[in-house]
Design a protein around this ligand. Structure first.
Ligand code: IPE
Ligand code: IPE
Ligand code: MG
Length: 250
């Protein structure tokens, strides 16, 4: 059977894909294993989507890896997740570098264990001149916190006279978000069957196509990813206009 990859229109790829990688716990449970078993098996799926993006040259991929709410999970699960993130960063660093990917991290990084912070920052630093694609990890990330922090930064600037109220445009607001250097999300994918956003990129998905898949994250592979891109390309993105206007290019 022909791969979805070969059916893609390479001229119309999404510039920014974001993924809520959900379902590790249920995947493990269905096998009679502990939740952390699912997290370990999630890494292959991460590698697969990173490679898939790299193959077709999607310039921005954001992965929801750990939310600000995930700190509320049992301590041993949080510890396992932090160790896994640390191990994976160590094991994959060279591969990420040689693939020409530039690494970024968004979220309340100060809350992460010191080792993870150091590894992250090192990877961000050594890949800063890479140009083939951007891999963005959302770690200890919560969108409401991000938006609130932008509001606080802006109100401080208004107070000190650095900005006037009239100057607060959408662009100015965006410049105070973690994602200021990235384009808006074109396609948001969530695995696991849940149909919710869970505090992820609320501002940035304003006009994203949303796909909710009945696949648990550890089962997600390259072909699933290419199918998502294929389905994305079969949507008409109208941005408020009519189909007729789009056809006439006005
Ligand atoms: C996603 O899988 C991984 C993280 C949130 C870190 P879950 O651990 O949420 O798995 P489910 O949703 O309980 O199955
Ligand atoms: C969202 O998944 C966070 C990540 C995938 C990192 P959750 O499993 O934490 O979301 P909820 O709690 O089901 O909404
Ligand atoms: Mg979950």
């Amino acid at each position: 059977m022909q791969s979805f990859k070969d059916k893609l229109n390479r001229e119309q790829l999404p510039q920014h894909v974001a993924i809520i990688m959900d379902g590790n716990g249920r995947w493990a449970k269905s096998r009679g294993e502990k939740r952390t078993f699912g997290h370990k098996h999630a890494i292959k799926a991460v590698r697969d989507v990173v490679n898939a993006c790299n193959e077709i040259e999607i310039p921005y991929l954001t992965l929801y890896t750990f939310s600000s709410e995930n700190w509320k999970r049992p301590e041993d699960e949080v510890d396992t997740l932090m160790s896994l993130i640390s191990e994976t960063l160590l094991l994959e660093a060279e591969e990420i570098f040689t693939k020409g990917l530039r690494m970024h991290v968004i979220g309340d990084i100060g809350k992460l264990p010191a080792l993870v912070q150091e590894q992250m920052m090192h990877l961000v630093d050594i890949t800063k001149d890479n140009k083939r694609g951007n891999l963005i990890l959302a770690l200890s990330y919560g969108s409401q916190h991000e938006i609130l922090s932008a509001v606080k930064q802006i109100s401080h600037k208004v107070k000190t006279g650095e900005l006037t109220e009239d100057q607060i445009t959408e662009k100015v607001f965006e410049n105070h978000l973690y994602t200021k250097d990235f384009p808006p999300v074109d396609l948001l994918i969530r695995t696991s069957g849940e149909v919710r956003i869970s505090n992820f990129l609320l501002w940035q998905i304003a006009y994203a196509e949303l796909q909710f898949l009945d696949i648990l994250w550890p089962d997600f592979g390259k072909e699933d990813f290419f199918k998502c891109i294929y389905d994305y390309q079969n949507k008409e993105r109208r941005f408020g206009k009519t189909s007729e206007q789009l056809e006439e290019n006005i």
